[in-house]
Design a protein around this ligand. Structure first.
Ligand code: HEC
Length: 115
């Protein structure tokens, strides 16, 4: 029974979160060759804690990517070269980051019902 409730809840959420899907211009890499955005988000969350700072740091990076601005661990920087990350206009970066924060923020709200 617990399982059923959880599945229904998740199903509803993905419909409700329909318009907050992360743009394809990001997932084209981040669901394949690049580190998953949920992992990137957790790294930023650990370093910067507040949503406002996460947003600022991500948008700063995405509008003019560089090794210095990268928040990734050294090993990842050497492997992926953040300075080669595609750059985006501020509005595009901001919209994508907002969607990312919104999506990741749903996760702590998922409650497994106990009886
Ligand atoms: C061409 C492939 C590609 C595309 C397109 C792409 N990314 Fe990335 N992204 C990467 C790779 C590879 C990394 C890991 C290396 C790095 O940190 O830059 C990365 C890292 C990141 C990071 C962490 C940056 C850091 O180093 O601190 C963020 C945030 C990010 N991407 C967000 C986005 C968003 C949002 C979009 C869409 C607007 C996007 N990416 C589109 C390949 C891509």
């Amino acid at each position: 029974m617990e399982r059923v409730v959880l599945v229904l809840f998740l199903g509803f959420h993905s419909i409700a979160a329909g318009q907050s899907a992360i743009p394809q211009r990001c997932t084209v890499c981040h669901e394949k060759s690049a580190p998953p955005l949920s992992l990137v988000y957790r790294r930023y969350l650990m370093l910067y804690s507040s949503k406002a700072r996460i947003e600022k740091k991500m948008v700063d990076f995405l509008t003019a990517p560089s090794k210095e601005k990268s928040a990734m661990p050294e090993g990842m920087k050497n492997r992926f070269n953040p300075q080669n990350h595609p750059a985006f206009a501020t509005s595009v970066a901001k919209e994508a980051v907002d969607k990312l924060i919104e999506k990741e923020d749903l996760i702590p709200r998922i409650v497994v019902p106990k009886d």
